[in-house]
Write a new protein. Sequence first.
Length: 162
Amino acid sequence: MSKIFEIKESGSLGRGLFATRLIKRDELILEFIGPIISFEEALQKTLDKLSCPLQIGPREYVDIQEPGVLANHSCSPNAGVKKDHYLVAIEEILPGQEIFYDYSTTMDEDNWTLECKCGSPNCRHIIGDFRHLPLDIQKKYLDLNIVQSFIAKKLLTNIAQH
Ligand SMILES: [Zn+2]
Protein backbone atom coordinates (compact mmCIF):
# COMPACT_ATOMS: atom_id res chain seq x y z
CA MET A 1 0.00 0.00 0.00
CA SER A 2 1.49 3.34 -0.95
CA LYS A 3 1.56 6.05 1.70
CA ILE A 4 -1.17 8.61 1.26
CA PHE A 5 0.81 11.34 3.01
CA GLU A 6 4.39 12.52 3.44
CA ILE A 7 6.19 14.45 6.17
CA LYS A 8 7.35 17.93 5.21
CA GLU A 9 8.24 21.24 6.84
CA SER A 10 5.14 23.28 7.62
CA GLY A 11 6.47 26.79 8.22
CA SER A 12 6.21 27.95 11.82
CA LEU A 13 4.45 24.75 12.89
CA GLY A 14 7.49 22.55 12.37
CA ARG A 15 6.90 19.37 10.46
CA GLY A 16 3.46 18.36 9.23
CA LEU A 17 1.65 15.72 7.20
CA PHE A 18 0.83 16.43 3.55
CA ALA A 19 -1.40 14.45 1.21
CA THR A 20 0.48 12.78 -1.64
CA ARG A 21 -2.71 11.96 -3.50
CA LEU A 22 -6.38 12.80 -3.31
CA ILE A 23 -7.76 11.61 0.02
CA LYS A 24 -11.47 10.99 -0.02
CA ARG A 25 -13.87 12.02 2.71
CA ASP A 26 -14.04 9.32 5.44
CA GLU A 27 -10.79 7.76 4.28
CA LEU A 28 -8.45 6.52 7.04
CA ILE A 29 -5.19 8.49 7.12
CA LEU A 30 -3.38 6.86 10.04
CA GLU A 31 -3.75 5.22 13.42
CA PHE A 32 -2.39 7.02 16.48
CA ILE A 33 -0.08 4.56 18.18
CA GLY A 34 2.00 4.75 21.35
CA PRO A 35 2.26 3.71 24.97
CA ILE A 36 -0.60 4.55 27.34
CA ILE A 37 0.52 7.08 29.95
CA SER A 38 -1.04 8.93 32.90
CA PHE A 39 -2.12 12.55 33.13
CA GLU A 40 1.01 13.38 35.17
CA GLU A 41 3.32 11.79 32.62
CA ALA A 42 1.50 13.52 29.76
CA LEU A 43 1.78 16.88 31.50
CA GLN A 44 5.50 16.45 32.06
CA LYS A 45 6.13 15.44 28.45
CA THR A 46 4.16 18.43 27.20
CA LEU A 47 6.02 20.83 29.52
CA ASP A 48 9.36 19.42 28.43
CA LYS A 49 8.18 19.68 24.81
CA LEU A 50 9.10 16.03 24.35
CA SER A 51 5.80 15.01 22.80
CA CYS A 52 2.18 15.93 22.44
CA PRO A 53 0.13 13.10 24.02
CA LEU A 54 -3.37 12.39 22.78
CA GLN A 55 -6.04 12.31 25.48
CA ILE A 56 -8.25 9.22 25.41
CA GLY A 57 -9.78 9.33 28.89
CA PRO A 58 -10.18 11.67 31.87
CA ARG A 59 -6.74 10.66 33.16
CA GLU A 60 -5.46 8.61 30.26
CA TYR A 61 -3.30 9.52 27.29
CA VAL A 62 -1.54 7.88 24.36
CA ASP A 63 2.03 9.08 23.97
CA ILE A 64 1.62 9.20 20.22
CA GLN A 65 4.61 8.55 18.00
CA GLU A 66 5.52 9.64 14.49
CA PRO A 67 3.92 10.10 12.10
CA GLY A 68 0.67 10.73 14.03
CA VAL A 69 2.27 13.18 16.46
CA LEU A 70 3.24 15.40 13.50
CA ALA A 71 -0.36 16.08 12.46
CA ASN A 72 -0.86 19.80 13.15
CA HIS A 73 -3.88 21.66 14.53
CA SER A 74 -6.21 23.89 12.56
CA CYS A 75 -9.42 25.66 13.58
CA SER A 76 -10.67 24.72 10.07
CA PRO A 77 -9.62 21.07 9.98
CA ASN A 78 -9.86 18.70 7.03
CA ALA A 79 -9.51 15.62 9.23
CA GLY A 80 -10.66 14.42 12.63
CA VAL A 81 -10.07 11.65 15.18
CA LYS A 82 -12.59 8.82 15.03
CA LYS A 83 -12.91 6.00 17.58
CA ASP A 84 -10.25 7.71 19.72
CA HIS A 85 -7.29 6.46 17.69
CA TYR A 86 -7.86 6.99 13.95
CA LEU A 87 -7.18 10.10 11.90
CA VAL A 88 -9.84 10.23 9.19
CA ALA A 89 -10.50 12.79 6.43
CA ILE A 90 -13.70 14.81 7.01
CA GLU A 91 -13.56 16.37 3.56
CA GLU A 92 -11.71 15.77 0.32
CA ILE A 93 -8.00 16.57 0.74
CA LEU A 94 -6.11 17.44 -2.42
CA PRO A 95 -2.57 16.26 -3.19
CA GLY A 96 -0.07 18.66 -1.57
CA GLN A 97 -2.50 19.95 1.05
CA GLU A 98 -1.54 19.71 4.69
CA ILE A 99 -3.65 17.42 6.88
CA PHE A 100 -5.01 19.06 10.04
CA TYR A 101 -7.33 18.17 12.88
CA ASP A 102 -8.77 20.33 15.66
CA TYR A 103 -6.88 19.49 18.87
CA SER A 104 -9.83 20.69 20.95
CA THR A 105 -11.80 17.61 19.87
CA THR A 106 -9.43 15.57 22.06
CA MET A 107 -9.07 17.91 25.03
CA ASP A 108 -10.89 17.91 28.35
CA GLU A 109 -8.43 18.61 31.09
CA ASP A 110 -8.78 22.21 32.25
CA ASN A 111 -5.08 22.30 32.35
CA TRP A 112 -3.44 23.96 29.45
CA THR A 113 -4.22 25.98 26.39
CA LEU A 114 -2.20 26.57 23.30
CA GLU A 115 -1.89 29.65 21.17
CA CYS A 116 -3.15 29.10 17.62
CA LYS A 117 -1.81 30.83 14.56
CA CYS A 118 -3.43 28.58 11.98
CA GLY A 119 -4.45 31.62 9.97
CA SER A 120 -7.88 30.29 9.01
CA PRO A 121 -10.64 32.95 8.85
CA ASN A 122 -12.40 31.40 11.86
CA CYS A 123 -9.22 30.91 13.93
CA ARG A 124 -10.08 30.89 17.66
CA HIS A 125 -6.50 31.99 18.61
CA ILE A 126 -6.61 29.82 21.74
CA ILE A 127 -6.82 26.04 21.64
CA GLY A 128 -8.54 24.76 24.76
CA ASP A 129 -10.95 22.16 26.04
CA PHE A 130 -13.78 20.91 23.86
CA ARG A 131 -16.46 22.24 26.20
CA HIS A 132 -15.20 25.80 25.69
CA LEU A 133 -15.79 25.67 21.93
CA PRO A 134 -18.73 27.64 20.54
CA LEU A 135 -21.82 25.39 20.67
CA ASP A 136 -22.32 25.30 16.89
CA ILE A 137 -18.77 24.00 16.46
CA GLN A 138 -19.28 21.42 19.23
CA LYS A 139 -22.38 20.20 17.44
CA LYS A 140 -20.63 20.04 14.08
CA TYR A 141 -17.81 17.92 15.52
CA LEU A 142 -20.21 15.67 17.46
CA ASP A 143 -22.29 15.13 14.29
CA LEU A 144 -19.11 14.19 12.41
CA ASN A 145 -18.22 11.71 15.17
CA ILE A 146 -14.78 13.22 15.62
CA VAL A 147 -14.90 13.90 19.37
CA GLN A 148 -13.05 11.58 21.74
CA SER A 149 -15.60 9.15 23.12
CA PHE A 150 -15.01 10.00 26.79
CA ILE A 151 -15.80 13.66 26.03
CA ALA A 152 -18.89 12.89 23.94
CA LYS A 153 -20.15 10.50 26.63
CA LYS A 154 -19.66 13.07 29.38
CA LEU A 155 -21.61 15.69 27.38
CA LEU A 156 -24.50 13.28 26.75
CA THR A 157 -24.60 12.41 30.46
CA ASN A 158 -24.71 16.12 31.36
CA ILE A 159 -27.55 16.75 28.92
CA ALA A 160 -29.50 13.77 30.31
CA GLN A 161 -29.18 15.16 33.84
CA HIS A 162 -30.46 18.65 33.05
ZN1 LIG B 1 -6.57 28.61 14.64
